[in-house]
Design a protein around this ligand. Structure first.
Ligand code: NIG
Ligand code: FE
Length: 402
């Protein structure tokens, strides 16, 4: 069960060996127990530079000067959080309080954050992103996507993307989050802005384009026009779909070969079927249902139909103010019908699939050396011990950061 890569990345020159791992999640089904998690017991991982160069039985591990003893604990790939909204100012504590007293969640709350974000300085926004990313890293997130969507002017959207791009390659233009109050009487004019001048200003800073396709935000025709315009500018589509109600978002995602349809809380059988016969990943965001007291998305139904499922945080000040992937894993297992193995796969390899990445979310030779050492003998403890800070070590691109 050991594999190596080309001599250029020879295991014999590995710079760090993490050994004495009781349970190693590789996400390579050709390794270990043959399950999708490719679970290897009594394992070691060799890292050279920013890459994994060797994975296998620790008794066969290459020699190296720098050995890290995992002391019989578990190692998993770093989490890939493929959906967050980190460029914002202020918070929405009052709205959350009101919701927990019975008021329903609505897209309208986004306006509060738009006003605060527009009023904030670059430094304030930058400090917020840095803070939430540090939070996420401490909880094992080594790859993350983040969006604009709280600026909703040409300047404020471009600014948000510039700030995001300083921290990650996975930057998403979400000028179509809601129609801002300044365009309340002219939604068509706003769509023209999003697909015109704003797209011109934003495309150079982003990899992805996203739309909130929902009643009170953008309908199917508007979403198609926006995502199609983005595609023509070289951005790849992803979409907030079927979060608060049934709608056209999921079918549109499949039609446009979006990398991911996110939320997927209200799905018809035809929606599930369309996803199952596509490359589009269903990204489930249980922090949103938790924080809005909404019904859970049915992960079991999607998995049984053969849909690829990702799990992410949706970290944002309105609907899901958590940066914790372990929390989302626990929710998905408890309330969405996922097994612990499935949830851990979805939070790592699933997130990578939602970003169309193969270099993260797995621990095999050639992959990025993004690893999480858990203070537990197995990955199952992420769901079994909810709320407990089990992340005791994080390596990002080969460097120990936690
Ligand atoms: O993914 N659904 C749209 N956008 C966010 C919520 C944003 C907010 O409430 O500020 C979401 O849940
Ligand atoms: Fe979102």
């Amino acid at each position: 069960n050991a594999t190596t890569v080309s001599p250029a990345h020879s295991a014999s020159t590995a710079s760090t060996l993490i050994t004495n791992i009781a349970a190693l999640v590789t996400n390579d089904p050709s390794l270990g127990d043959g399950s999708p998690l490719g679970l290897v017991h009594d394992a070691a991982v060799a890292i050279e530079g920013d890459r994994v160069v060797w994975t296998g039985d620790h008794r066969k591990a290459p020699a190296t000067d720098n050995r890290v003893d995992a002391e019989g604990r578990a190692v998993i790939p770093g989490f890939v959080d493929s959906h967050s909204h980190l460029v914002f100012a202020g918070d929405r504590t009052q709205e959350f309080n009101a919701r927990m007293s019975g008021r329903p969640y609505s897209a309208g709350g986004i306006r509060t954050t738009v006003a605060a974000t527009r009023a904030a300085s670059d430094g304030e926004l930058e400090a917020n992103v840095t803070r939430y990313l540090a939070e996420a890293l401490r909880q094992g997130t080594t790859t993350f996507e983040t969006k604009s969507g709280y600026g909703l002017t040409v300047e404020d959207e471009a600014r948000a993307l510039r700030i995001a791009a300083a921290h990650t390659d996975e930057v998403t233009y979400l000028g179509a989050h809601i129609v801002p109050p300044d365009y309340a009487e002219d939604p068509a004019g706003y769509v023209a802005l999003v697909t015109g001048e704003m797209l011109d200003a934003c495309a150079p800073h982003a990899r992805w384009i996203d739309v909130f396709c929902e009643k009170g935000a953008f309908d199917g025709d508007q979403a198609r026009a926006i995502l199609t315009a983005g595609k023509a500018r070289g951005l790849h589509p992803r979409i907030h779909a079927n979060q608060l109600s049934y709608g056209p978002g999921v079918q549109l995602a499949v039609e446009l070969d979006a990398a991911s349809a996110d939320h997927c809380t209200h799905l018809t059988d035809a929606d599930v079927d369309a996803l199952a016969h596509s490359r589009t990943v269903a990204t489930l965001l249980p922090g949103a249902e938790f924080s809005t007291r909404a019904a859970w998305p049915d992960a079991r139904r999607l998995l049984d139909a053969g849909v690829t499922v990702a799990l992410s945080t949706d970290c944002n000040p309105g609907s899901s103010f958590t940066s914790s992937v372990p929390f989302c894993v626990a929710l998905a297992v408890r309330d969405m019908g996922m097994t612990p193995d499935e949830a851990v796969w979805s939070a790592t390899a699933g997130g990578a699939a939602a970003l169309r990445r193969t270099d993260v979310g797995r621990l095999t030779p050639g992959a990025c050396a993004d690893l999480v050492l858990l203070d537990a003998p197995s990955h199952v403890h992420l769901a079994y011990r909810p709320g407990v800070p089990l992340v005791s070590g994080v390596w990002r691109r080969g460097e120990r950061v936690v």
